[in-house]
Design a binder for this molecule. Structure first.
Ligand SMILES: [Zn+2]
Length: 169
């Protein structure tokens, strides 16, 4: 995906979230988001602050608050780099849909769950850099659950009939 497209989608996501929470989409927020996409590699708060000092000076606290917000939404990843410091990196785990797969009939349903992406964004896998993710959940669809329940009841009725017959003998 092109960088500017990723930024646009991240901005849309942030705008929606901010609106939903009744917060304001401040110019600082936009400047910090755009700056995050300038960095191609992981960055620290200090590095981000240093960069912003040239383009849109804000306090370190503002940088921190916004990066934490981005992390919560899943726009950036965060990892500890020792002695309490962390580094951030943009990621694109947003706009993802996941799948529910019925084990019985094989039907696939799409679903969205915005709590999954931020959770997976903080995961680290050895010698593997995650760019996005999709979760597959296996189970039984409503139709198949009904079918299985009906068959179970039928089976149960058969057994009961047989038992009664044996009793009456
Ligand atoms: Zn099914």
């Amino acid at each position: 995906m092109k960088e500017n497209q990723r930024l646009k989608q991240a901005r849309d996501l942030l705008t929606d979230y901010v609106r939903m929470k009744g917060m304001r989409m401040t110019p600082e927020r936009i400047a910090i988001l755009e700056a995050a996409y300038v960095f191609d590699t992981p960055f620290t708060i200090d590095l981000m602050k240093e960069y912003l000092d040239h383009v849109y000076p804000v306090t370190r606290q503002t940088v921190y608050n916004n990066l934490e917000l981005f992390f919560q939404i899943g726009i950036v990843m965060k990892r500890p780099i020792g002695s309490g410091a962390v580094e951030y990196e943009t990621c694109f785990l947003t706009q993802t849909h996941h799948h529910l797969v019925c084990k019985s009939c094989g039907q696939i349903f799409e679903f969205k769950d915005s709590s999954i992406e931020p959770f997976l964004a903080q995961k680290r896998y050895k010698q593997f850099k995650m760019t996005n993710c999709a979760v597959v959940i296996y189970g039984l669809c409503k139709k198949c659950q009904g079918k299985i329940n009906r068959e179970r009841r039928k089976q149960q009725a058969k057994i009961e009939k047989q038992t009664n017959k044996n009793k009456n003998r």
